[in-house]
Design a protein around this ligand. Structure first.
Ligand SMILES: C[S@@+](CC[C@H](N)C(=O)[O-])C[C@H]1O[C@@H](n2cnc3c(N)ncnc32)[C@H](O)[C@@H]1O
Length: 400
């Protein structure tokens, strides 16, 4: 993490500009807990059209300025330049700096790797979609895509080395009908249109026998999978774990409609890396396939991340809960507060919220009583929206 240790600097004026870096505001930590924390500042900067925060800590004998973890931007050179400009702008006496150890690595664009925003805002296809969850080495996904050129495949994986490996194979094999996304499959389906998917493959998922709540299959996952499946679409589990198989059969037989097909040691035209491993050990391989025969309504995700205007920010700070607030499928936690200097009702609130599977950390920025998400709104997952609505309630003046 780039940082600079220094002493004896002049006062930073905000707003101000130096060498193309905008120093927009200074926010000072606001202490409401009984055990006082050290004073810390967040400096709002903008460099190369990217907004982010710098953290300034005053340790009496010296000061340290570094990037704020939550608002980190890439490439790191954007942050490094802002840190170097800060010490220059305030005539600081630099004691230590590691900012020259960071260089800009130019990553070639990855045509078939998309982020979740792409699925929220842009993704469209007239072709049938098929999804593979946790594709690992990608043998099955690549085989299917190669043999079904008219189908749009989406591969979901959370393991970056597997993603890199499969992206290389996609290029070598000149495959054009796969999109890869690095995202938790349990939350992904929300962004796919109802009745648009022909098949969902879940082959050899991590069994999580000791922590079943971490499994991909759950009532919520099956509900979403069924919604996105076309009439006659299938959700296919293939596993060597008898416990996972029984668990899924249990969930699927609770559904009010659909057909379930069970196979043992069924041969597929392609064997995945994990499948080869289990076959060598003479383990049984279980398949349970759900055939869906419903036509589901389209969902219109609520994307309203607005807040009401507030007054008396300090009173609000003092009334905010200081421990995690947990609900069945989401939570929020107010982490820290900062007051923006020389501005009325202006500050930052650091929050962590959303799904337990993929919590999100962000800052709310308040300028003259108007609250918004710093660096833009969150991804509109149902858990983020639910957490937002709860935070909106407690940030309302009437609540205090
Ligand atoms: C046991 S491997 C199986 C890989 C491949 N399907 C095969 O048969 O060789 C399970 C894969 O699922 C991925 N995975 C686990 N949880 C996931 C999740 N929630 N969303 C997406 N992928 C996940 C893991 O990173 C891993 O690559």
């Amino acid at each position: 993490m780039p940082h600079i240790v220094f002493s004896n600097n002049g006062e930073l004026k905000a707003p101000s500009n130096k060498d193309g870096v905008d120093f927009k505001f200074i926010a000072k930590s606001y202490n409401i807990s009984e055990t006082p924390k050290k004073t810390e500042y967040k400096i709002g900067v903008s460099n190369q059209k990217r907004d982010f925060l710098l953290t300034l800590k005053d340790n009496k004998e010296n000061k340290i300025i570094k990037a704020d973890k939550v608002t980190r931007v890439t490439p790191v050179t954007i942050v490094k330049d802002a840190l170097n400009t800060y010490v220059k702008h305030t005539d600081a006496n630099v004691i230590f700096s590691n900012t020259n150890n960071f260089s800009q690595k130019q990553e070639p664009p990855k045509e078939y790797l998309k982020d979740i925003e792409y699925f929220v805002n842009e993704f469209q296809t007239n072709n049938e979609i098929q999804i593979e969850i946790g594709f690992g080495s990608g043998r099955h996904l690549l085989y299917q895509a190669h043999n079904n050129p008219d189908i749009q495949f989406i591969g979901i994986e959370i393991h970056t080395p597997s993603i890199e490996q499969v992206l290389k194979q996609i290029k070598i094999l000149n495959i054009r009908n796969i999109i890869i996304v690095n995202y938790d499959a349990r939350l992904f389906m929300e962004f796919i249109k109802s009745n648009s998917v022909g098949k969902i493959f879940v082959h050899f998922p991590v069994p999580w026998d000791k922590k079943p709540h971490r499994r991909v299959y759950s009532n919520d996952f099956i509900y979403e999978a069924k919604r996105v499946l076309k009439f006659t679409g299938t959700l296919e589990l293939r596993t060597d774990s008898r416990k996972y198989f029984d668990f899924c059969v249990g969930l699927l037989t609770n559904l009010s409609s659909g057909k379930i097909e069970i196979d043992i040691n069924k041969d597929l035209p392609i064997s995945s890396k994990y499948e080869d491993r289990w076959k060598k050990q003479n383990k049984n391989i279980y398949d349970v396939t759900l055939h869906s025969f419903t036509i589901d309504k389209e969902i219109e995700p609520n994307k309203d991340f607005s807040f009401d205007k507030i007054s008396n920010l300090i009173k609000i700070f003092e009334n905010l809960p200081q421990k995690s607030i947990l609900f069945d499928d989401f939570f929020y936690h107010i982490e820290d507060f900062y007051l923006i200097e020389n501005e009325k009702d202006s500050g930052l609130i650091q929050v962590t919220f959303g799904s337990f599977n993929r919590p999100l950390s962000k800052y709310l920025i308040i300028r003259n009583g108007i609250i918004s998400y710093y660096q833009g709104e969150p991804i509109p997952t149902s858990s983020n929206i639910k957490a937002h609505n709860k935070m909106k309630e407690i940030l309302n003046n009437d609540y205090c």
